[in-house]
Design a protein around this ligand. Structure first.
Ligand code: MSP
Length: 647
């Protein structure tokens, strides 16, 4: 069956972080799972590039909106391969075909009489890019952005959303799977128990020009959500493309709870007005917090996926987020939690089981998957193992289909535990000592090999790299791409005689990060080190070497309150650190995002305006004739990884 699965399209006013990575990993894993079930899948992600806050960010960065969106969209596009995320299509709302589709749809809905012109007063939150109702405010502020929305009165175009309210309530009630998990379905139904207002879908060009012009009134651009949601149609070639015909009926959107309302209310009513069927399912997840606090640039605790991959490996990151978060609820990220999962679940439970099993096949079966005895000869232990594996596959399928990834993984790890016990109870090393037990030994090793092959297959959607390593070590690599979930159900699927290769370590243990190197000021000098002659102005090479210069990427920047001169920077070098730099008179925070600068990495930490600063950004200073100063930060002449030493 064709399945079409999408992530939200991300705003380009922030660099990719753990939250974006999570939704996209979920969508990638689900796409791979559906393919594994034999479905024809199309997976789409992308970037949302119009609107007021993007225009503001571009202006602050001193770039044209086009330059700005191109730069940030590229950081999203580049992070997906790092996470082995393989979308079929990456859409941008600035793509010409998207602009055309949005205009066609606006015209069509307008012609049908579902768009009208009127005056409106409301409370606008720029962060949400929508008007909020009084009821949504907490102590007068938007609960998501902690700012008071702005009271705006203006003439605008409206979409007759209220007209479709009864239809929507009925659709949600008669399709229990339309919005899941259930708590979000209930939230939407409760919201719909009050009368729905019509949706303001335009912004006057006097206020905003960075958007798609309304085809029937050039003095207005369309509202960012009306533009953004339509990406799901443009990406599959609506209205005439063959992919639209093929995939729309199988559309499933994955989002977090922050954008529930636009997806559960605006979008289905828009589709209804276009006389299209609504999407099939909406999957809503919670937030990732960090050490139990909200992830935010100002707190400086934003988790960057690239760094996680560098420290733990891509499959640990994928496994961790899917195992740790109960889809629908909030979860908390901490380095201790990911380290624990890496070392316990992956290095120990799975990794050791795998290397131990292959070592035994190598030693006791000449490195080939042996043939097992006829069914009638199997021991109760073997039967228990086989039925546990079969039951796990059924569980896995049901839980993956229902977006309960943590439960699917729990089911797999129960079998991993069982296999570890199976080895202990059947002690192949003892069987090997007794020539009369040779058939029994073969059966045990064969069942081990086949169970591991099945585990590799079910883990494929979650950890594609590990699955490929396991398949290769089991001599089954050629089958990996074509195997389906049906193959996991059958026994006797692994080829007898298949040559295994031992020595594959799937997950080398990661030790708790070593403490950062002592700061330069605290370092003891070796008594042998010669001091330069006073006044000579020269330093020895050894003294120069004491200064640790590194390339760092600026991932966040903001002004320090009450300071004209200071900017608080978050840099990757490659670990994330905060540096307070006296460059605010020369750079706007947005100018700096993504820049690779040179820092002194081993400077003793100091507090500036109460903010601990861990290092210093190098900058060149030019004294102008009029006495003023020009300051330019030091960057590298070519592309080089953050953390590289400068010497
Ligand atoms: N551009 C809109 C979406 C338009 S879709 C037609 C938007 N963009 S966003 O950049 O703010 O992305 C929001 C989405 O990013 C969330 O719905 C979620 O998928 C992901 N996340 C961002 N922060 C997150 C967490 N802290 N935790 C989990 N996911 C989060 O809204």
């Amino acid at each position: 069956m064709p399945t079409y699965v999408t992530t939200p399209i991300y705003y380009v006013n922030a660099m990719p972080h753990l939250g974006h990575a999570y939704t996209t990993i979920v969508t990638d894993a689900y796409s791979r799972f559906r393919r594994f079930c034999g479905d024809d899948v199309r997976f789409q992600t992308g970037t949302d590039e119009h609107g007021e806050k993007i225009a503001d960010a571009a202006a602050k960065a001193g770039e044209t909106p086009r330059e700005y969106v191109d730069r940030i969209a590229a950081t999203f596009r580049d992070i997906w391969p790092v996470l082995t995320i393989e979308p079929d299509y990456i859409i941008r709302t600035t793509d010409a075909d998207h602009v055309q589709t949005v205009q066609d749809i606006l015209q069509q809905v307008h012609d049908r009489g579902d768009i009208y012109f009127s005056e409106y007063s409301g409370l606008y939150c720029k962060g949400c890019e929508r008007f909020l109702t009084e009821k949504e405010l907490v102590e007068g502020k938007c609960p998501d952005h902690q700012v008071e929305p702005k009271a705006i009165t203006e003439q605008n175009y409206f979409f007759r959303m209220s007209k479709y309210q009864d239809w929507l309530i009925d659709h949600i009630k008669t399709n229990p799977e339309f919005i899941t998990p259930e708590r979000y379905r209930n939230e939407v139904l409760s919201f719909l128990s009050e009368p729905l207002e019509d949706l303001c879908i335009s912004r006057p060009t006097s206020r905003l020009t960075w958007g798609i012009p309304l085809p029937f009134d050039q003095n207005f651009v369309t509202y960012v959500w009306f533009d953004a949601l339509i990406n799901y149609l443009t990406g599959i070639g609506y209205p005439n493309g063959p992919d639209f015909e093929k995939y729309w009926a199988g559309a499933e959107h994955v989002i977090a709870k922050d954008i529930l309302k636009p997806h559960a209310i605006y979008w289905p009513t828009m589709l209804k007005a276009m006389e299209l069927e609504p999407y099939k399912r909406l999957h809503v997840h919670g937030y990732w917090n960090v050490d139990a606090t909200k992830m935010s640039k100002s707190i400086g605790n934003v988790v960057r996926p690239r760094e996680l991959v560098e420290t733990y490996g891509v499959d640990t990151v994928r496994y961790f987020v899917l195992r740790e978060m109960s889809f629908g609820l909030d979860a908390s990220f901490s380095s201790d939690a990911i380290l624990a999962r890496h070392n316990a679940d992956l290095a120990n439970d799975l990794g050791n089981l795998f290397s131990r099993s292959l070592t035994m096949i190598d030693k006791y079966a000449e490195g080939r998957v042996p043939e097992r005895e006829a069914s009638s000869m199997l021991a109760p232990d073997d039967r228990e193992l086989m039925s546990a594996v079969t039951a796990m596959v059924a569980q896995y399928r049901e839980q993956m289909d229902g977006f309960r990834f943590h439960k699917a993984l729990q089911a797999v790890w129960e079998v991993i535990g069982l296999l570890n016990r199976y080895i202990v109870t059947n002690a192949p090393w003892e069987l090997a000592k007794n020539p009369r037990q040779v058939d029994r030994l073969r059966t045990v090793l064969s069942l081990l090999a086949e169970s591991l092959w099945k585990i590799a297959l079910v883990l494929g959607p979650i950890m594609p790299t590990t699955a490929a390593k396991m398949a290769t070590a089991l001599g089954m690599h050629a089958r990996l791409a074509t195997a389906t979930i049906e193959d996991v159900r059958e026994w006797g699927e692994i080829a007898v005689g298949s040559v295994i290769s031992k020595g594959t370590q799937l997950f080398p243990r990661v030790d708790k990060k070593a403490e950062p190197a002592p700061a330069a000021g605290t370092r003891k000098k070796s008594p042998k080190e010669p001091e330069p002659a006073a006044g000579e102005g020269l330093i020895t090479f050894d003294q120069f070497k004491d200064v640790e210069l590194r390339v760092a990427e600026i991932v966040a920047a903001e002004k320090v309150a009450k300071s004209e001169r200071l900017l608080k920077l978050t840099v990757r070098a490659p670990e994330e650190r905060t540096i307070v730099a006296g460059i605010a008179l020369h750079y706007a925070p947005e100018d700096l995002l993504g820049k690779r600068v040179v820092i002194v990495a081993n400077l003793k930490p100091a507090k500036l305006m109460g903010i601990p600063s861990q290092g210093m950004v190098l900058a060149a200073k030019e004294q102008r004739a009029d006495g003023s100063e020009k300051l330019v930060i030091v960057t590298t002449a070519g592309d080089i990884a953050p953390g590289s030493r400068v010497a």
